[in-house]
Every structure is written in C-alpha cells, then in structure tokens.
Design a protein around this ligand. Structure first.
Ligand SMILES: Nc1ncnc2c1ncn2[C@@H]1O[C@H](COP(=O)(O)OP(=O)(O)OP(=O)(O)O)[C@@H](O)[C@H]1O
Ligand SMILES: [Mg+2]
Length: 326
C-alpha cells in the first residue's frame, strides 16, 4: 500500500467516488493487496472519513438504504461495514418453498451451466423459479443468460429481480457499470451484499430458489450457509483427480456445517476429462452420483432450451430434479 498525501485528498476522493475499487485506485492502493478492503476501511476510520458515504453510494446503486449498526467504542458516523448488522438476518425468506445450492470446490466445472439447466427445466415444468448468482466477483449468470437489465428498487424498496422468460434472476452482473469491471469485496462487505441480495429481493412466491456459487469453500458459501441451511447442495465436478479432491472439500464443508448434500453431478464426462461410475462416486466421495453429463460443444455456448431442445441433457436434469424434490 502506497502512502497517501493527506486527509483532505482522501476526503475528496471518498466524497466523490461511488465505487470502492475506484477509490482505491485513486488513492494509489495496490489493488492486488489481499487486505485492500480492510485497508480502505482502516484508512477511512483513521482519517475520520465517513466510510458510510462510500457504502451508502454503493447501496444507492441498488436503490437501497443501508441501516448502520451501532458499534461500541467507535463513533457512529465513522463506521462502515463493521458491526452486527452484517449478516444479522438469518433463515429462509418467506414464500420460498425450496432452496438448492450448486457448489464445487473446483472452478470451471459447470456450476453455472448446471444451475441454469436446472432453473430452465423447472420453468418448463411451470414451476416458479428464482436464481441467485452468489458469484459476486464473476457473476456469470448475467452473461450466460444474455441479460441486459439493471437491478432497481421497487416501490417497497425491495430489489426487483431481472426476468428471463419468467425466471427471476439476481446477479451482480446487473450492478456493474461495465462488463469487465472488477468487484473486490471481502469479509463484512461481502456478507452484507449477500444478505441484501437474499433478503431484500422481491422474490415473491417461489417453488425453488437455486443458488450459484463461486468455486471453493470461501466467503460466499460460508456466509450463505450461516444465514440458512439450503434443502440440498448439488456438488458438481469433473472426473479429474484434482477436481474430485477439491469437490471432496465441498462435501466436507457441508458435513461440518450440517448441510445436506443431495448428490454429485459429474460434468464434462468423457474421454478428455474422464468418467466416474456410481460405485467410484460412493467410494471416493461418499455421495450418490445423480448424473454424468457428457462434454459436448452443444453446451459451450450457453443454454436456451426453447430454441434448442436437448433430450439427453433434459433426461439427466430430470433425474437431478427428482432427487431434489423427492
Ligand atoms: N458438459 C459440458 N460440455 C461442454 N462445455 C461445458 C459443459 N459444461 C459447461 N461447459 C462450459 O464450460 C465453461 C465453464 O462452465 P461454467 O461457467 O458453468 O463453470 P463454473 O463451474 O460455473 O465456473 P466458475 O468456477 O468460474 O464459476 C462454460 O463455457 C460452459 O458453457
Ligand atoms: Mg460459475
């Protein structure tokens, strides 16, 4: 982290910028610094800069108001993401019948692909489906579904989800000013964001809320699982030894947190990434193999079943669906 030239400069930047990433850039804080958010918060606290301005503006982008926590020993005006209010709400949002999370310890194995496939399958069965993209840094659902809209608040000050053919979608992709903008939130800021996306969204009645996660057992799944226990987690992997190792961590995390794993989906199955039998799934990961989905160029460019029915994939998704609703 570089030295900054004085309180006034910091104050001006914080007062005029709305994005943490821009503020940090203007302050000359190394964006690859692991503790960048913490550094920013500490900087604001040290200089008696109301970090609230910054976070209020972020919230304003979502059309929302932040209620600030009271933290003992800290001047109320100068607190930001610290405090009890981050992650203080827990439990299932009203009117959501089932919550299922798609997870993998490994990146790029098809979590987003499977999440969307399950959601589209549900839509075709006339179910009311919501999709919550909790990959905050790389909100791929927005791009994968070709969404265009922004998240805005309705008259009840709730976030109005985007609509994809009846699917209600919340994704940070709809908050970014430009597609390749980086979101670098950690710790309490991320917790607060997840809490707001989950609880302050106008989901309405849903038969199923399906959640897409970033890879790994980091902030996003831990935060969510501390807020609520989903009815089931679907673990996704490829059959490569490394992906299987990383996915075993998904299963261990769920075990440690008391979250039920409905089963495993092996994606990109075939000659290149390998295959896994039912017996091997039970032996290596201790979970039921729900489906193996072949690697195919049909799945590389996104899913739109209304235009490209794919009976093989549908059959497999149906088997997973049956398990979720059994
Ligand atoms: N069975 C498949 N055959 C071919 N391509 C696939 C298959 N499944 C997914 N893909 C493609 O592989 C890429 C990675 O998939 P996806 O983004 O769903 O993975 P992910 O696990 O969500 O990744 P991340 O960890 O980055 O969130 C995408 O381009 C997707 O369309
Ligand atoms: Mg993804």
């Amino acid at each position: 982290m570089k030295k900054i030239s004085g309180q006034e400069k910091v104050k001006n930047i914080l007062a005029t910028q709305t994005k943490a990433s821009k503020v940090m850039k203007d302050l000359g804080i190394n964006l690859s610094d692991e503790d960048e958010n913490l550094a920013l918060i500490e900087l604001a606290l040290k200089n008696k800069i109301p970090l609230q301005i910054l976070l209020n503006n972020l919230a304003k982008n979502l059309g929302m108001k932040v209620e600030w926590p009271k933290v003992k020993g800290v001047d109320e005006k100068f607190i930001g993401a610290y405090g009890k209010s981050a992650g203080s709400r827990t439990g299932r949002p009203a009117d959501i019948k089932k919550i299922v999370a798609v997870h993998s310890g490994k990146g790029g194995v098809g979590k987003t692909f499977l999440t969307i496939a399950l959601a589209l399958y549900g839509l075709q069965r006339d179910k009311k489906i919501g999709l919550l993209d909790l990959d905050i840094d790389c909100p791929n659902v927005y791009k994968a579904l070709g969404l265009k809209g922004r998240l805005i608040a309705n008259k009840n000050r709730q976030i109005e989800p985007l609509n994809y053919r009846g699917l209600k979608v919340i994704s940070m992709g709809a908050v970014l000013e430009r597609e390749n903008e980086a979101i670098m939130w950690r710790g309490p800021i991320l917790t607060k964001a997840i809490e707001q996306l989950l609880y302050d969204t106008a989901w309405g009645e849903l038969d199923l809320l399906i959640i897409d996660f970033p890879p790994g057992t980091g902030d996003a799944p831990l935060t969510l699982f501390n807020m609520l226990k989903p009815d089931a987690v679907i673990a996704v992997t490829t059959a490569t030894p490394i992906a299987l190792l990383d996915t075993s961590k998904t299963i261990d995390m769920c075990k440690q947190l008391g979250v039920k794993v409905a089963g495993l989906v092996v994606n990109m199955s075939g000659d290149i990434m390998g295959k896994l039998s039912k017996q091997e799934a039970t032996k290596k990961l201790g979970v039921e193999l729900l489906a193996s989905i072949e690697m195919s160029k049909k799945y590389g460019g996104g899913l739109n079943w209304n235009e490209q029915p794919d009976s093989t994939l549908k059959r497999k998704i149906k088997a997973i669906w049956k398990k979720i609703f059994s």
